[in-house]
Design a protein around this ligand. Structure first.
Ligand SMILES: [Mn+2]
Length: 330
């Protein structure tokens, strides 16, 4: 549901007059963040804008095929170019400004900040906000925006949009999949985009080291006594021993939810600075957002995450107990 904000028309009017588009996406970007950013950048380039884009973490290797990923910059703070007049800051797929490059809010009075997102907990930090929680992906909103502009949609932008939709819907299998996501896919594929090639880039480009990491997480998985939740964990040293990188763990938590009878899954991963990142997944009708919020995290009902600053053994204990309590009441 579009529960807040400005219209796509207002956003179009505001950004089309700006010379520079500075596009930012959320930390540890996923396919929707990178796909949406790539689509926006491609569109901006087609319109003759000066574009920059980036975020706090690199583009996962799997998304290396997306147009203009080579232009994506890893940065912790907004670059000076953003301070120049005639710039629009466009923040995509990001529910709050803590999740992206710092310094954006300081520019609130001088620079147009546009916030386009589909997360329910979006904090409306922009001068213009378009938050559509019924959209399967931020990429779907970008599709609407491009269509409403009546300007030609470049093929490069279509690749990003398709990527955002397939990754956020689990290839049209999650509950957020709608007839509209399929309609967009139909239109995108009609433009000659090869779905198998994109699928292979994203999902069939796994490293053997990553596969072993999945194996380790599966071996360790355990369920709550009632079988309603399945949990696993990975330590920093597991990554080192297997020569795996943080992105190799992506997708494990979804697989944990495929255990029969499971309604919630969780994967706890020890981060570089000793923090523990917890990813939660839930089946439709059950929400894990409230669980993540216990530790100041957030996300969607079906997919949420948080960080816990405890040794992993302790964190594992605390989180499993919380989950056990939580599933009793659902
Ligand atoms: Mn998204």
């Amino acid at each position: 549901m579009r529960d807040n904000g400005d219209s796509l028309k207002e956003i179009l009017n505001a950004i089309l007059t700006k010379k520079t588009w500075a596009i930012f996406v959320h930390e540890r970007p996923d396919g929707d963040a990178i796909g949406s950013g790539s689509a926006f950048y491609s569109w901006g380039m087609a319109l003759g804008k000066r574009c920059i884009w980036g975020g706090t973490h690199p583009v996962p290797k799997a998304y290396g095929y997306l147009p203009f990923v080579e232009e994506y910059q890893v940065m912790n703070f907004v670059p000076d170019v953003v301070r120049e007049p005639d710039t629009a800051i466009i923040v995509l797929d990001t529910s709050n400004l803590e999740r992206t490059v710092q310094g954006i809010l300081d520019l609130y009075d001088s620079t147009l900040i546009v916030n386009i997102d589909h997360h329910m907990d979006n904090q409306r930090f922009g001068r213009l906000n378009y938050i559509d929680t019924s959209s399967s992906a931020t990429a779907e909103i970008i599709w609407d925006l491009l269509n409403d502009s009546k300007l030609p949609i470049p093929k490069d932008a279509r690749i990003g949009i398709y990527t955002g939709i397939i990754t956020d819907t689990g290839h049209f299998t999650y509950s957020n999949t709608t007839p509209k996501s399929h309609l967009i896919a139909q239109d995108v594929l009609s433009s000659g985009i090869n779905p198998e090639q994109i699928f292979r880039y994203i999902y069939a480009s796994r490293r053997l080291e990553g596969l072993k990491l999945w194996g380790l997480a599966f071996m360790r998985a355990f369920s709550t006594p009632d079988g309603k939740a399945v949990v696993s964990w990975l330590k920093k040293e597991d990554f080192e021993k297997l020569n795996a990188d943080p992105y190799d763990s992506e997708g494990i938590v979804n697989q944990l939810l495929y255990v029969k009878g499971a309604i919630i899954s969780a994967l706890m991963t020890e981060g570089e600075d000793g923090e523990v990142r917890v990813s939660f997944r839930a089946v439709t009708g059950v929400s894990v957002r409230e669980l993540a919020q216990k530790w100041d995290g957030g996300g969607h009902p079906q997919a949420a995450a948080c960080k816990i600053y405890l040794p992993i053994e302790k964190a594992l204990d605390v989180v499993s107990k919380s989950i056990e309590e939580y599933v009793k009441n659902v």
